[in-house]
Design a protein around this ligand. Structure first.
Ligand code: ADP
Length: 306
């Protein structure tokens, strides 16, 4: 199967600042791709290059198997882009904003009216269609911004940190909408600096830091490859962590111990034997699920903080 998007070695500098060093990834149609990285990592720059708003200094982008530098109309035809900044006319109604955006995407007449009704319904704002945008909350404006990006029925939807600074109700609505669109076959690229959003929404992840994709793949593979492997053990007798050759690091957590190990089953077995021999009163002994946070820490060497 041809990937819907292939991005190869994108580079971009703003003056002396090298915003993108090397951004390379590919996406199968229908996937939901999380772009995870701290502020300044290069996520927005990458997205702006994908949509044709910014030009890369070098590198190639193939959309549906075709180079977009040779076919610039491809991006506007197939990509819906929701920028980080709200781009709506405050004094126009939601409906008139959507009319304007639809026309700029080349949707017209009865088809545009039908699409506007549909996207308003999907974003839960049909009853506010005739109200001016300036009366909307931040979350509602964001939902209209997403609605605008859906009018031309894009195959690839790119959202740049769409939940920053919005209320929980709008956030839940946006999550539900993205899941539904993805189920219907729309490929989604979602940038965020919140791990839990990637875990909730995305089947593939790119970890971006300092202008480079440091690791990329299915969420499960990244957790398996880079996630912290550990066992949680709680037994009141253990005033110190049990010493086992496979345990690379031990940390107190709550009333128990987190024991890091590359050989989870072997360590588990050893702990069970040791516990039974020394008659520990084991309250809990379980494998700790690897977290995306531990993947990020391993891959970038730093914690991802807000
Ligand atoms: P992210 O979306 O991950 O927060 P950006 O792509 O916005 O990252 O930024 C990447 C780097 O490029 C940052 O160091 C940022 O300051 C710089 N940058 C982004 N846009 C511009 C611009 N228009 N002019 C100069 N520097 C920029």
């Amino acid at each position: 199967m041809t990937p819907i998007l292939e991005v190869t070695q994108l580079r971009k500098a703003y003056g002396k600042k090298q915003a993108l060093e090397n951004v390379t990834f590919a996406l199968e149609e229908g996937s939901s791709f999380g772009f995870l990285g701290p502020n300044g990592a290069g996520k927005s720059t990458t997205m702006k290059i994908l949509t044709g708003i910014t030009k890369a200094d070098s590198g190639t982008i193939r959309l549906l198997g075709r180079d977009i530098s040779a076919n610039p109309a491809l991006a506007s035809e197939h990509i819906g882009y929701v920028p980080q900044e709200i781009t709506l006319y405050e004094k126009l109604s939601a409906y008139d904003n959507l009319l304007f955006f639809g026309q700029s995407y080349g949707v017209k007449g009865a088809e545009l009216k039908r699409k506007i009704a549909e996207v308003l319904e999907r974003t839960g704002l049909s009853d506010r269609a005739r109200d001016e945008i300036q009366t909307f909350s931040g979350g509602m404006k964001r939902r209209i911004n997403i609605a605008a990006a859906l009018l031309h029925h894009p195959r690839l939807l790119i959202l740049d940190e769409p939940t920053v600074g919005i209320d929980p109700q709008s956030r839940n609505h946006i999550f539900g909408l993205i899941r539904d669109l993805n189920r219907e076959g729309v490929t989604v690229i979602y940038s965020t600096h919140y791990m839990e959003e990637v875990e909730a929404l995305c089947d593939r992840v790119a970890i971006m830091d300092r202008g480079t994709v440091k690791a990329e793949g299915p969420l499960g593979s990244l957790l398996e490859q880079y996630g912290r492997k550990a066992i949680y053990l709680e037994a009141p007798e253990l005033t110190e962590a049990p010493s086992l050759p496979e345990v690379t690091k031990a940390e107190k957590e709550g009333s128990g111990w987190i024991l890091e190990t590359e050989q989870v089953s072997r360590t588990m077995q050893a702990l069970m034997e040791l516990g039974s021999r020394l008659r520990w009163n084991v309250k809990q002994l379980e494998v700790v699920r690897p977290s995306l946070e531990s993947v990020f820490l391993r891959v970038t060497g730093t914690a991802l903080r807000d």
